[in-house]
Design a protein around this ligand. Structure first.
Ligand code: SF4
Ligand code: SF4
Length: 241
């Protein structure tokens, strides 16, 4: 196998391995969403899972865009693993991705949360109850929006919007214009409906909402997709052999 062939095989191998690992991690994380919603009214401190995930997502955005949404968010995991089989997986309407709508939602939800906390800022249990309420409202909205697509909420989620603004251009997916044959297999498995093929001529999938998951790379039959650092990883693995 030549060098390019090796890179392709390696990219496929990594994507398959990472996809399996991601699914496993999501099966562990998804129940956290159910536990917080089911028991948070009685044990309000469980609500603190919400700011932990929010802050992890925002911090992660400085390194790799919406990676946390795609791999480590318990609600994203809940949508991918539990809701996806029940959702028709239709395309997410473009108007839901528009910036004015998304930033309005950021202001409204953050404003609502701050206002609620300000009602009793000295009580840690009150904070927990507010976070729990935010989780119930937004997860409920996400479940309703799953009549369109399991990740419709994620296209709107305020933390996702902030993450995309901070790090949406970091580590963007690359598409090889010479190799891609526009079969559309990658777009079918993309959890958040990214229009990958339209970026073929440019060679870079400039989509700040990309969740940095390995699914499109895993299914591409010709190895046309890869991460910008995959060559570096390949070189390091070759060196260690
Ligand atoms: S799966 Fe690969 S070949 Fe098919 S459209 Fe996507 S990038 Fe192109
Ligand atoms: S474009 Fe690829 S990496 Fe990005 S979210 Fe879609 S499937 Fe995952």
């Amino acid at each position: 196998m030549n060098q390019d062939g090796n890179k392709t095989a390696n990219a496929h191998y990594d994507a398959k391995l990472l996809s399996r690992r991601r699914r496993l991690v999501q099966w562990v994380l998804a129940p956290i969403t159910i536990i917080v919603i089911a028991l948070g009214w009685r044990y309000p401190l469980l609500g603190f899972a919400v700011p932990i995930v929010m802050l992890t997502g925002i911090a992660g955005a400085f390194i790799n865009g919406r990676y946390v949404c795609g791999h480590l968010c318990p609600r994203g995991a809940f949508f991918d693993r539990i809701i996806a089989p029940l959702s028709p997986g239709r395309p997410i309407p473009a108007f839901l991705r528009t910036k004015p709508l998304r930033w309005t939602l950021v202001v409204l939800l953050m404003g609502f949360m701050t206002y609620q906390i300000a009602q009793n800022p000295g009580d840690v249990y009150h904070w927990g109850r507010v976070f729990w309420l935010m989780c119930v409202i937004t997860t409920g909205a996400g479940v309703l929006l799953a009549v369109i697509n399991q990740r419709t909420w994620c296209a709107l989620c305020p933390i996702g919007t902030i993450q995309a603004a901070i790090g949406g251009s970091k580590g963007e997916l690359l598409i090889d214009p010479e190799t891609c044959r526009e079969c559309g297999a990658c777009e079918k498995v993309c959890p958040i409906n990214i229009p990958i093929v339209k970026h073929k001529a440019e060679g870079v999938v400039r989509e700040p909402d990309c969740l940095r998951c390995p699914e499109c790379i895993r299914v591409c039959p010709v190895g046309a997709l890869r991460w910008p650092d995959s060559d570096k990883q390949f070189a390091a693995q070759e060196k260690n052999k």
